[in-house]
Design a protein around this ligand. Structure first.
Ligand code: HEC
Ligand code: HEC
Length: 266
């Protein structure tokens, strides 16, 4: 009898655990999968009009009806499509609560909505545009390029983002976030638009190929276990969530493994 009841428990537990593990993996995939590519620059007039409407509803309370800025938010004239794409794709805008710094969050807007808003803001004044993926392609870099990427990173970025890219505190409660797991597109856009205290790195200062080298260097850095996820770092919430989900995912897989071993042992 005892044999039978324990068997039954195992039979129900296994699929349940599997389903849970799959759910966690799904959530993990949604959290880290890249947002669909958009090329918003040559915005159609319909897209610009849609963006203007959405802007009036979602953004104008802080940035003004024509993006001219208010006490609550800076002018967006000349920040370019890349700034909107960066700020919205990384979930920083629309800012939820006024504060020292808009934190990175999960973006809840569709690619179409972001493309429309980007196209609209691009009409306010010339600014950096959303690049094609070829501009920051880091798949064909040589070892020399990667070494140069590391050099450029240490010279231009590590003062704020730490030599291992895990980020660091800045004065007045602000911080430079961790760069681990950031989309190549968003690294490119951050450099060209200079969010918050981050300086703008224009194409004149750091041409596209060098941006790609920095991205390649950062992606290599992520692969080195010692450089990643240091628990004491003040990285953004997303980093903690990432670790949490991986931890839970690992635990569920471990539980499934134990369940299957338990069943076999009997
Ligand atoms: C609650 C107020 C608020 C709302 C709503 C808001 N923003 Fe912002 N936005 C800010 C503040 C404050 C900053 C500057 C501080 C920062 O970047 O963290 C900013 C910065 C930006 C920047 C960066 C500008 C630059 O110089 O690079 C962009 C782009 C932007 N917002 C776009 C938007 C868009 C698009 C929306 C609507 C979808 C929006 N914002 C909604 C307050 C707001
Ligand atoms: C003076 C300090 C400073 C320097 C130098 C600097 N950054 Fe930043 N960086 C910041 C701050 C502050 C933010 C956060 C902006 C925000 O939250 O709006 C940031 C944000 C970023 C982001 C966005 C990350 C995310 O979580 O979405 C990337 C990518 C980035 N920086 C890359 C770089 C690279 C690459 C360099 C060197 C070429 C660099 N930064 C140099 C201060 C700096």
């Amino acid at each position: 009898m005892r044999f039978l009841t324990t068997r039954r428990r195992h039979r129900a537990a296994k699929p349940l655990l599997l389903a849970f593990a799959l759910l966690v993996m799904g959530a993990f995939y949604v959290a880290v999968s890249p947002a669909p590519q958009v090329s918003a620059d040559a915005g159609t007039s319909g897209q610009v009009a849609a963006g203007k409407n959405l802007f009036a509803v979602t953004c104008s309370s802080c940035h003004g009806l024509n993006g001219e800025g208010t006490k609550q938010g800076p002018s967006l004239v000349g920040v370019g499509a890349a700034a909107v794409d960066f700020q919205m794709s990384t979930g920083r805008m629309p800012m939820a609560h006024p504060g020292a710094q808009a934190p990175r969050r999960v973006n809840t807007y569709t690619a179409e909505e972001i493309a429309a808003l980007s196209a609209y803001v691009a009409t306010l004044g010339p600014g950096p545009s959303i690049p094609n993926s070829s501009a920051y392609d880091y798949s064909k870099l040589t070892d020399e390029d990667l070494a140069r990427g590391g050099e450029l990173f240490r010279t231009n970025c590590s003062a704020c983002h730490n030599a291992s890219g895990i980020g660091g505190a800045l004065p007045e409660g602000k911080y430079a976030p961790s760069l681990h797991g950031v989309e190549p597109l968003h690294i490119y856009e951050a450099m060209r638009t200079g969010p918050q205290q981050m300086p703008v790195f224009s194409a004149g200062a750091i041409p596209d190929h060098d941006v790609a080298s920095i991205i390649g260097y950062l992606k290599n850095l992520e692969k080195q276990p010692s450089a990643g996820f240091s628990l004491g770092s003040i990285g953004p919430v997303s980093e903690g969530l990432f670790g949490w989900i991986i931890g839970i995912g690992g635990l569920s897989l471990f539980a499934v493994w134990i369940a299957s071993r338990g069943a076999r042992a009997r």
